[in-house]
Design a protein around this ligand. Structure first.
Ligand code: MG
Length: 162
């Protein structure tokens, strides 16, 4: 059984993951508007991943006999100045998500909710990857942003993301 405090916090994270999905979907459309169709695909895949994160947490709430509460999703930004701007935003956002996951992990530990600790361990590891990926792509963009041909190749490369 989920304790009330844990349930409320996990439901809040479901909403945060859906908001992340919404944010990356918005970036995807904006990249398409700017003609970066590889970045478009990359952010669309990212949006799907975030949707699955929401479902993973919601599934855990249900498995623990809790009620999933889907709240309204707040508005997201609609345009970025460049792919670099979008990835700077991505890295900042992922750092915030990491903090949220760590807060949940601490709460689950305090409450001795070991099933939730186990679920959150997956998210702790996932966040290490998310931050690393965003940092790597941002570093690549910073090296080549003034070179249109190189940006074209990076866009193509990122479009190959499964
Ligand atoms: Mg996520």
């Amino acid at each position: 059984m989920l304790k009330e405090k844990m349930k409320v916090a996990l439901n809040k994270q479901v909403n945060a993951e859906l908001w992340s999905s919404y944010l990356y979907l918005s970036m995807s459309y904006d990249m398409a508007d700017k003609g970066f169709h590889g970045f478009e695909k990359w952010f669309a895949s990212q949006a799907k991943e975030e949707f699955e994160h929401a479902r993973k947490i919601a599934g855990h709430i249900q498995a623990m006999d809790g009620k999933v509460a889907l709240e309204p999703i707040a508005e997201v930004r609609q345009a970025w100045n460049s792919p670099k701007d979008a990835f700077e935003d991505t890295l900042l956002h992922e750092k915030k998500v990491t903090e949220m996951i760590h807060f949940l992990y601490e709460l689950a530990t305090e409450l001795k909710d070991y099933a939730t600790v186990h679920l959150l361990q997956w998210f702790v590891d996932e966040q290490v990857e998310e931050e690393e990926t965003a940092r790597d792509i941002l570093a690549a963009i910073q090296k080549i942003e003034k070179n249109e041909a190189a940006m074209y190749l990076l866009d193509q490369k990122l479009g190959n993301r499964a």
